[in-house]
Design a protein around this ligand. Structure first.
Ligand SMILES: Cc1ncc(COP(=O)(O)O)c(C=O)c1O
Length: 433
């Protein structure tokens, strides 16, 4: 297949390494609007398996973790606050506040507690999402009520949300599928009209822009994930963004055992031995080592996102003429893609997965409809036909923060050869747009 190559250019100030050590070929260039970019991970050998995910944990990330370990303050501390401040600055939060957590699941859980969800309440959620959000809601005793997704970007369908509102409804969980922002403005309008809260599960969308700005900088409550394979990772981690200064203290208490007066001290790497316990809390704070890793990842986040956009455009161009493949309607501008998903017809998906597996290319399925799970079998209230259809169609292809052209071509050729019997990608090239 043809790709537009250019000569690699050495990195001026950073050494490219993979998980193991220095790697001279780590400077292979990728074309981005004619500008070569550093490839900071080992390229994947032509006969090696291509994983769906490949987190970036190279030297600067390891150095940051080592520094935090050597400092010896392992729990929540200065670095935790530094990471939260880095998130606030990056997201351009104007008067909004970040409270970190040890996962997005826990971030959604404390957000759910913050808004007072309790048994008897209902929360309208897409069935088509990861069960983490449902679990965080149902843990409060509130009932999950499944809503269908819209066909275009597979986020909760605002036109269907209104039909599901009852006098028990308290909140809506909206998910930014694969990094594509949901129709939050419409969801917020519905919520305002009915006095509901909105938790945006932006686990996939750190760095994405919606119509009103960067995800997290508008709306009600937003939760991010920094899990092992997310756009940036703290190994495990997450954060809540709230517009209300008064929520911060409550979130601190919820995050740390209901303790009222310890966070400020911990943010100075100290402990406050005089405190009260003022509510039922949980233990889901972010420690210093994950925060240090997060800070190192934040230094590269723009590069991670630009690369991911570029790889998505490459795939789009490679698949655009394939009859059997449906692409998402987006040019990826302003989107921080967490995964790259295609839609194929249900009766070929298993064969395509097998075909790619034989070529050493791993795939994933995001997501199964949660209304099919035993625990949530009674949570369906109405039509879920888009969910039922797309759960049979979606297929996740490899997307990493750094990919070289031969890995991208392997994946693209693998998919193409399944549909056409021929691997060549006409005029496929990296197009930074
Ligand atoms: C849509 C969605 N929400 C929430 C989560 C949970 O994130 P975490 O693993 O940080 O708890 C995930 C994890 O992948 C997810 O895909």
């Amino acid at each position: 297949m043809q790709v537009n190559l250019s000569q690699p250019r050495p990195l001026p100030d950073r050494t490219a390494t993979d998980l193991g050590g220095p790697h001279p070929a780590g400077r292979v260039g990728m074309v981005s609007g004619g500008t070569p970019q550093a490839l900071r991970l080992h390229p994947i050998a032509p006969d090696a398996p291509v994983p769906v995910y490949r987190p970036y944990l190279a030297s600067e990330v390891q150095d940051a973790a080592r520094g935090a370990l050597e400092a010896g303050w392992l729990g929540m501390g200065k670095l935790t606050r530094n990471f939260e401040e880095a998130l606030e600055a990056y997201l351009g939060l104007d008067g909004r506040h970040v409270v970190s957590a040890n996962s997005c699941t826990e971030a959604i859980h404390i957000a759910a507690r913050l808004i007072g969800l309790k048994p008897g309440d209902e929360v309208i959620c897409p069935s088509f999402t990861y069960v983490a959000g449902h679990q965080a809601i149902s843990r409060t005793g509130a009932d999950v009520v499944f809503c269908d997704v819209e066909d275009r970007h597979l986020s909760i369908d605002p036109d269907r949300v209104a039909e599901l509102i009852t006098d028990r409804t308290r909140a809506i969980l909206a998910v930014d599928y694969l990094g594509l922002p949901c129709r939050l403005e419409e969801i917020m309008a519905i919520a305002r009209a009915h006095g509901l809260r909105v938790i945006e599960d932006a686990a996939h969308a750190f760095g994405s822009h919606g119509a009103s700005g960067r995800v997290g900088s508008f709306g009600d409550i937003t939760c991010f994930s920094f899990g092992p394979v997310k756009t940036i990772t703290t190994l495990e981690g997450g954060a809540v963004v709230t517009p209300n200064a008064g929520d911060v203290q409550v979130l601190h208490e919820l995050r740390h055992l209901g303790i009222d007066a310890d966070t400020d001290a911990r943010y100075r790497n100290q402990r406050n031995w005089e405190f009260d316990v003022v509510r039922q809390g949980y233990r889901c704070h972010l420690g210093s080592v994950p925060a240090a890793i997060g800070l190192a990842q934040m230094a590269l986040v723009d590069e991670f996102i630009a690369n991911r956009q570029q790889y998505c455009r490459f795939y789009d161009e490679a698949f655009r003429d394939l009859d059997g493949v449906q692409l998402f309607e987006t040019d990826w501008e302003g989107v921080a893609p967490y995964i790259y998903v295609i839609r194929v017809s249900a009766n070929v998906r298993a064969d395509l997965i097998e075909h790619l597996k034989r070529l050493g290319i791993a795939t994933g399925i995001h997501f199964l409809g949660a209304h099919g799970f035993s625990f949530y079998k009674d949570c369906r209230r109405g039509d879920l036909s888009v969910t039922d259809r797309v759960t049979q169609q979606v297929l996740t292809l490899p997307l990493h923060p750094y990919m070289d052209e031969s890995t991208l071509a392997r994946v693209a050729d693998g998919v193409r050869s399944f549909f056409t019997g021929s691997a060549a990608v006409p005029a496929a090239r990296i197009n930074a747009g």
